[in-house]
Design a protein around this ligand. Structure first.
Ligand SMILES: [Mg+2]
Length: 248
């Protein structure tokens, strides 16, 4: 992985594929996931870059694909949601899901009861897992982690991931790295070199996968500062037709 000191480590735009995390990378983090704002300039940049890259632009997020498409008006050619659990390979392609396990019902019952007994915590159900949020009660961070670690310890089909003031139980077989590999195996991504940009721990698999394919992985903070820096870079690159300089 590179630290984004310059663009010499990036492949030329004509040989690149762009794989982008959404929250904290393209969009500023908001107080709740529903409160994010999508700047019109971002949509213009994504539209222009999708053309420049002959379609080789995808968003790889923890959110469901339907939310990615709604927020970004389905401009990215492809999308992966749920940390690699779901993939839409093209504009009109059907959503594909791997054969992933459902969390056992007794886990959901136990977590639901615990959240009900601990005001300020919140249970978010996902298609193949769940998230326990503790933004309002940060003191419960380690308690929740320990509870969920114990819960999944005997079941290696699931893993525990840190989120933003949250812990997420999700299928162990998929992650943003498996999503990058699946996308890069198909047109219009195949034959190009991936540039993956993300901002947090769940993006490390995507960054590693991009590096393994001879591409580059960039973390938002060191390479761009913040999502506005990413958006400015996308806009400059879209208008120049080559990757703009990245600050150290
Ligand atoms: Mg993110």
């Amino acid at each position: 992985m590179t630290d984004g000191a310059d663009t010499t480590a990036l492949p030329p735009m004509a040989r690149s594929a762009l794989l982008l995390d959404m929250d904290g990378t393209l969009l500023d983090i908001a107080s709740t996931p529903a409160a994010v704002v999508v700047p019109p300039q971002l949509l213009d940049s994504l539209r222009a870059l999708t053309v420049r890259l002959d379609g080789a632009l995808a968003v790889v997020s923890g959110r469901p694909v339907a939310q990615i498409d709604a927020l970004l008006q389905a401009i990215p050619y492809a999308a992966s949601g749920e940390h690699g659990g779901a993939l839409r390979f093209g504009p009109d392609a059907a959503l594909q899901r791997g054969a992933l396990p459902e969390p056992p019902a007794h886990w959901l019952a136990a977590v639901s009861a615990w959240v009900g007994a601990n005001p300020g915590t919140l249970l978010e159900l996902k298609a193949r897992g769940f998230v326990v949020h503790f933004r309002a009660v940060p003191v419960l961070d380690s308690t929740i982690r320990a509870m969920l670690e114990a819960m999944i310890a005997a079941n290696d089909a699931f893993s525990l991931m840190p989120g933003r003031k949250a812990w997420e139980v999700r299928p162990a077989a998929v992650n943003k790295g498996t999503a990058v590999a699946a996308l890069m195996a198909r047109a219009p991504f195949a034959g190009r070199l991936p540039i993956f940009i993300g901002d947090d721990v769940t993006d490390e698999d995507g960054i590693a996968a991009a590096g393994a394919q001879g591409g580059a992985g960039l973390l938002v903070a060191p390479a761009f500062g913040d999502p506005q820096g990413v958006r400015d870079w996308l806009a400059a690159s879209a208008s120049a037709g080559e990757w703009a300089a990245i600050r150290a």
